[in-house]
Design a binder for this molecule. Structure first.
Ligand code: AGP
Length: 612
């Protein structure tokens, strides 16, 4: 996954592009670069490292131009380096291009070009594609746009590309398949980017480019075409994302801001949908497909990472409330197995970014096999949202921190409403329990607020266990996936090894790890498993393990077994994961920051894994 920015208009392009690249650094930041086109002068500057290092390189350079493209990279082909950074220039030096995605058949194309005498400055698939385009244009004596169309028909893989031609300083040509591209519509100017954050302060009028579409962009004109060279009418949408939603809003990190946003993001997610007083849940994506959902023989949930954990929570809830068999699949495994997909199967795809390559390809495969796909996605207009037959957005707003927090609780809220609607339609839930759970779900924003008001307690706990080299997270039932999520949060932003397990599973191996140096986090909120959890805690205590427990307000048993504990407001066990995860998010945030780690951009990770 990489970040793409382009500008064409009457302003100086460089300030717009470089600021946009900083907004997109969460998408990849191992190198960056810009190409600036002024009259017939094309300058390319690029550098390994963060965008700030590119800025230093730019000091004193000729940046006068009203057309520019910029790129932040997360390496796929070729290690992070100056020469592998984008933009790339064609052999003649006439073309410059940036690319987000993977050209899967670049190797044979490169061989063809090498035989023709082409030389390559980088190890990237992007440079191969660029020279392939130029070679086609030279041999076919055609326009650059036509050469691009021909090339795109011959490649396989994913791409979002922006292309400049030194001989046409009035145009940016763009194309996408499998990697996001949104165009901002200005007056006498246009903006192009991987998402809207680079240009949100300039315009809220946007066009999402679809797969297999080309955009020919001039200061005053945007033309969309398909690969068959047929014009497409751009569908202009009004963005509801504010710039403030992008900035850190006074918090030290996006991650902390996003943890503290959860009362409002859950409120936004429920707004217009859940009316506890009226006992209704309104979700058109479900209502319009309720027959399909009610009659589902099986529900397959496909996702990655934290979204996969949300799927596990949904499995417990849907099976309990709706009595429909649920299987939760890692998308990366599902896409390469030969999975059995029957008509009547419903696939729920869960994704914050809506661009995760493994999830996207798994869905394409399932769709080919006739499955009905329901997307639970955060990024509006994203690829997974658009490949789904129906769906529901989590409305968590842009999640900039690499570690997913508010998107996770938003996913849970949507999935809980979905399960309740299906159970109600199937009459597999009593009216009394249905109304009680609606009321519990409606109380979540204020209960998260209460948890966050005591965040300093988690900071103190974090400080105490900062130097541990390993953690165990244990939970049962609905809280077992929360244990997995707590472990993932800790390891991905503090680099401390952590594992999540069903608490009872501990006796089948992990208990061998227990000694006085091992902190064990129990999610021990009041539910049907509580007595069993207490037994598990006693087993850990007997082996000198250190116990941190997440308990329910008023629990006066568990604290006596705990070295440290944090209590959350009482709530029904079905809804509890939305609350019990919050202290674990805080724990990982405080441990990571106390260890001096940039928790918004942890090493080796990127926010959206748009390559496999
Ligand atoms: C979670 O904190 C990670 N950033 C990662 O596991 C993420 O959940 C996963 O890559 C899936 O991303 P998606 O939800 O955008 O599809």
């Amino acid at each position: 996954m990489c970040g793409i920015v382009g500008y064409i208009g009457y302003k100086q392009a460089y300030p717009v592009v470089i600021k946009g690249l900083k907004r997109l650094e969460y998408r990849g930041y191992d190198s960056s670069g810009v190409a600036l086109l002024n009259d017939n002068k094309l300058n390319v500057y690029k550098k390994k490292g963060r965008v700030s290092e590119l800025e230093e390189l730019m000091i004193g350079k000729d940046v006068s131009a009203t057309v520019g493209i910029g790129h932040t990279r997360w390496a796929t082909h070729g290690e992070p380096s100056d020469r592998n950074a984008h933009p790339h220039q064609s052999a003649s030096g006439r073309l410059a291009m940036i690319h987000n995605g993977i050209i899967e058949n670049y190797a044979p194309i490169k061989q063809e070009l090498l035989k023709k005498g082409y030389e390559f400055k980088s190890e990237t698939d992007t440079e191969v594609l660029l020279n392939f385009i130029e070679d086609i244009q030279i041999n076919n004596q055609c326009s650059l746009e036509e050469a691009l169309r021909i090339a795109l028909k011959r490649i396989t893989g994913a791409y979002c590309i922006l292309l400049l031609d030194k001989e046409d300083p009035e145009t940016i040509i763009a194309a996408r398949k499998g990697s996001p591209l949104v165009i901002g519509i200005g007056k006498g100017e246009h903006f192009l980017a991987s998402d809207a954050s680079p240009f949100i302060e300039y315009t809220k009028e946007v066009v999402y480019v679809n797969d297999y579409e080309l955009a020919i962009v001039k200061p005053e004109e945007l033309v969309l075409k398909n690969l068959g060279n047929e014009k497409i009418t751009p569908f202009v949408q009004e963005l509801d994302m504010e710039l403030a939603a992008i900035e850190k809003g006074g918090y030290d990190h996006f991650m902390l801001k996003e943890i503290f946003e959860q009362p409002s993001t859950i409120f936004d997610c429920l707004r217009g949908r859940l009316d506890a007083a009226a006992g209704t849940i309104t979700m058109s994506g479900i209502e319009e497909n309720i027959i399909q959902l009610v009659n589902a023989q099986r529900i397959l949930i496909v996702a990655c990472g934290t979204s996969w954990h949300a799927g596990l929570v949904a499995e417990y809830i849907i099976e309990e409330l709706c009595r429909i068999p649920v299987e939760v699949e890692y998308a990366s495994e599902f896409r390469y197995r030969n999975p059995i997909i029957n008509p009547g199967d419903v696939i729920i795809a869960i994704s914050q970014s809506g661009e995760t390559a493994d999830t996207l390809v798994a869905l394409e495969k399932a769709k080919e096999n006739g499955a009905f796909i329901f997307g639970v996605v955060n990024a509006v207009g994203s690829s997974i949202a658009r490949i789904s037959h129906a769906g529901a957005y989590t409305h968590a707003g842009p999640e900039i921190g690499v570690a997913s927090t508010k998107a996770f609780t938003g996913q849970l809220a949507v999935l809980m409403m979905m399960a309740l609607k299906i159970a109600k339609a199937k009459a597999t839930i009593s009216d009394e329990r249905y109304l009680m759970l609606l009321s519990e779900l409606a109380s979540v924003p204020e209960k998260i607020e209460l948890i966050l008001s005591r965040s300093e307690e988690m900071s103190a706990i974090a400080e105490k266990y900062l130097d541990a080299s390993d953690f165990l997270f244990l939970g049962r039932g609905y809280n077992f996936p929360v244990a997995l999520e707590g472990a993932l949060k800790l390891k991905e932003i503090s680099y401390i090894h952590a594992e999540g397990y069903p608490a009872a599973e501990m006796k089948h191996g992990p208990i061998a790890l227990v000694d006085s140096s091992l902190p064990v986090v129990f999610i021990a909120t009041n539910d049907v498993y509580h007595e069993k959890i207490i037994s598990n805690m006693q087993e850990i205590k007997a082996r000198k393990g250190q116990i941190i427990s997440i308990i329910t307000d008023g629990d006066d048993v568990t604290p006596s077994l705990s070295d440290d504990y944090f209590s959350i407001p009482a709530i029904d066990e079905v809804i509890a994961p939305i609350l019990s995860v919050v202290p674990l998010q805080l724990l990982s945030y405080y441990v990571g920051t106390m260890k001096g780690i940039d928790v918004d951009k942890p090493r080796n990770l990127a926010k959206s894994v748009t390559v496999e």
